[in-house]
Design a protein around this ligand. Structure first.
Ligand SMILES: [Zn+2]
Length: 285
């Protein structure tokens, strides 16, 4: 069976998809007056990756997201729900400009810790999986991992573009369990300096390359949360929110418990606590 709607939706640009999702949310708000509506706009992230952060393109993407939000607020007004509605705008990360990249697997290849044949990885004692501004270092033989991860730290510390290499004894700093406790956790975490993304490429001759050569993005997130540029916004407004307040920061894990509190729903298993500083006295604390 041919589903033309689905096919044309798949062909739409990310800008077009944001528009469809926004209009769908507006339609549901007007017609069904839901208790909770979640909208995830994607163009902002896509544009910041492709064109970089703090650029003309990224500011245009911010303005477009703003327009999508204004459409949703209009729909809330048209539904006659403004007085009873709380609007919460959040993101799960910031962004930084990364014109350069580090390719840790190239260095591991040169150290003989991984093998590449015909441009493809064929065998690895140690392998780095990129995650934005971090590289997760995996040692494939668990018995040798403590020794090998310490060696990896020595290899990378002091190299251009490397800010730090965290071994498991420091994983509590970043909220990771120890690899002994959870097998999918890496054996070390390579942290790039601001301005450098991490590439998974096993090919090339130098650790550092341009983002084009390393095939990474011009804009990147996924650095450690202590890099200030990784901070995201958190704006709360409307019913139940104390007006004029300024939060000193908010954990991502606080957002869902705050929503539960506003809806009067019990949420006992959440890691985070509601943002009580943002809530007004009418909400039972
Ligand atoms: Zn992203």
């Amino acid at each position: 069976m041919r589903d033309e709607t689905h096919a044309t939706f798949r062909k739409a640009s990310v800008v077009g998809l944001d528009y469809v999702w926004t209009e769908a949310a507006c339609h549901l708000i007007r017609e069904r007056k839901p208790h909770l509506t979640l909208v995830h706009l994607l163009n902002n992230d896509a544009t910041h990756h492709r064109r970089g952060a703090q650029t003309q393109d990224s500011y245009t993407a911010n303005a477009y997201a703003d327009m999508c939000v204004s459409r949703i607020i209009e729909a809330i007004d048209e539904a006659g729900m403004r007085e009873s509605t709380t609007i919460i705008l959040v993101a799960d990360h910031g962004f930084t400009l990364t014109p350069k990249a580090i390719r840790p697997n190239v260095l591991l290849r040169k150290e003989g810790l991984l093998t590449v044949e015909g441009g493809k990885l064929t065998q690895a004692q140690v392998h780095v999986i990129p995650e934005g501004g971090l590289g997760f270092v995996y040692c494939t033989n668990p018995a040798k991992a403590p020794q090998e991860s310490a060696e990896v730290r020595k290899i990378f510390m002091g190299q251009e573009g490397v800010a730090d290499v965290l071994l498991p004894d420091r994983f509590n700093e970043v909220g990771f369990p120890h690899p002994r406790e959870y097998g999918q956790v890496p054996d070390a975490i390579l942290v790039a300096k601001d301005g450098y993304g991490v590439s998974g490429s096993v090919n090339g001759e130098t650790l550092v390359a341009s983002y084009q050569e390393a095939q990474t993005a011009l804009g990147t997130h996924g650095f450690l949360a202590k890099l200030q540029k990784m901070n995201a916004m958190c704006i709360l407004s409307g019913a139940g929110i104390r007006s004029g307040g300024k939060l000193q920061g908010a954990d991502n894990t606080a957002v869902a418990p705050t929503i539960a509190k506003l809806l009067g729903i019990k949420y006992p298993y959440a890691d985070g606590k509601p943002l009580s500083d943002a809530l007004d006295a009418s909400i039972d604390q």
